[in-house]
Design a protein around this ligand. Structure first.
Ligand SMILES: [Zn+2]
Length: 238
């Protein structure tokens, strides 16, 4: 089984983010981090992200894959950045973020996931204007699907010749680790499948960091392979 860690909402670097990244490295695993690009404003944070993006696993893949989590994480009543907003607006936000990745971070970003796990039909239209993005991570309960151009990766991967794939987020929590849910389901998890775990390390307290370690240990006992979304994409297309 493959485990993809999806950590949301990086803006400027904080002690919590540094601690999270350090734990990922110390455990010899990998993870992915979603950046809200307009919130990365300090020179030091940009330098740090660029530096971390170069840290490699033994197989040469990055330890941390940074991905596009939108431009400003905007939300108001009945509206979020990629839900209830126009195609034009969404195109602009996607492109501004992609541009930040290339121009400021020097990173070729291929993965996207919306703020608040909210997508709309407009999002799929907007994505046609950001052809670099070929991996989308979505949550079943709150997001809509486009089936023509985006192939959903089901639990049993066979052949994925499709250019653009959609990964399902199975476990998500706002401020803690979905440890109990993972414990409950781990014995029935498909060894040929994958799970995406969505977390928010910047909101963690001591208990959450210790739960995160427990989660890693639990998965390691199950002998899973940790991968970044991009690494999993390559694995599926082999
Ligand atoms: Zn978010």
């Amino acid at each position: 089984m493959v485990v993809i860690i999806k950590a949301d909402d990086l803006g400027n670097m904080t002690p919590n983010w540094e601690r999270f990244i350090h734990m990922v490295e110390k455990n010899n695993i990998c993870a992915s981090i979603g950046i809200i690009t307009s919130q990365v404003t300090s020179h030091n944070s940009i330098q740090e992200i660029k530096e971390i993006a170069n840290h490699q696993q033994i197989n040469g893949e990055p330890i941390i894959e940074f991905w596009n989590h939108g431009y400003d994480h905007f939300a108001e009543l009945n509206k979020t950045e990629f839900w209830g907003t126009s195609v034009r607006y969404q195109i602009k936000h996607l492109q501004k973020s992609q541009q930040f990745f290339t121009d400021s971070l020097g990173i070729h970003c291929v993965t996207f996931s919306t703020p608040f796990n909210k997508t709309s039909a407009e999002t799929y239209q907007a994505l046609t204007k950001s052809p670099d993005i070929d991996i989308l991570m979505t949550a079943q309960k709150t997001e809509i699907y486009e089936k023509e151009k985006w192939v959903e990766v089901t639990k049993k991967p066979s052949k994925y010749n499709s250019f653009r794939i959609r990964l399902n987020i199975q476990f998500l929590s706002v401020s803690d680790i979905p440890l109990n849910k993972i414990k409950k389901h781990i014995s029935s998890m498909n060894s040929n499948g994958y799970v995406v775990v969505q977390i928010h390390p910047n909101l963690w307290d001591e208990k959450d960091f210790s739960d995160f370690q427990d989660m890693i240990d639990l998965f390691k006992q199950k002998q899973v392979q940790f991968m970044t979304p991009q690494q999993y994409y390559k694995f599926l297309h082999k």
